[in-house]
Design a binder for this molecule. Structure first.
Ligand code: ZN
Ligand code: ZN
Length: 126
């Protein structure tokens, strides 16, 4: 199941990097995140209630929900170390790192990086 954008009122935020997504233009089937190029289907906007002014209490509860999903750490992510490494794909300055020990000690180790923002993966040999 693909990750869908976070909704706050009438706004959608990128599920990968948290950037505010633009509204889809006419005849466009998806919206591209300006920050990480995450592709969000335009259908995500269809269920948004536009008349939020009549429900002012909807906004804070949506904010609380967002905070809850952000602090939830996936088990796989918890085992990874977050480091300051620049993503070659999107330029984001945080990545998860994981060290892979190769077959023999002579071959050294390889560090796998996964961009926090766009999930781009790359490796660096020691
Ligand atoms: Zn994004
Ligand atoms: Zn990236």
């Amino acid at each position: 199941m693909p990750t869908l954008a976070h909704k706050i009122g009438t706004l959608l935020f990128c599920p990968d990097c948290g950037t505010l997504l633009n509204l889809p233009k006419d005849n466009e089937s998806s919206v591209i995140c300006e920050q990480c190029e995450h592709e969000e289907p335009a259908s995500s906007y269809e269920n948004i209630e536009i008349t939020t002014r009549s429900h002012p209490e909807a906004f804070p509860s949506a904010l609380r929900q967002k905070r809850k999903t952000q602090t939830k750490v996936h088990e796989a992510d918890a085992a990874l170390l977050k480091v300051s490494e620049k993503c070659p794909e999107c330029g984001h300055l945080e990545a998860y790192s994981k060290e892979m020990q190769l077959r023999s000690a002579d071959e050294g180790s390889t560090i796998l990086y996964t961009c926090v923002a766009c999930k781009h993966g790359w490796r660096v040999n020691n």
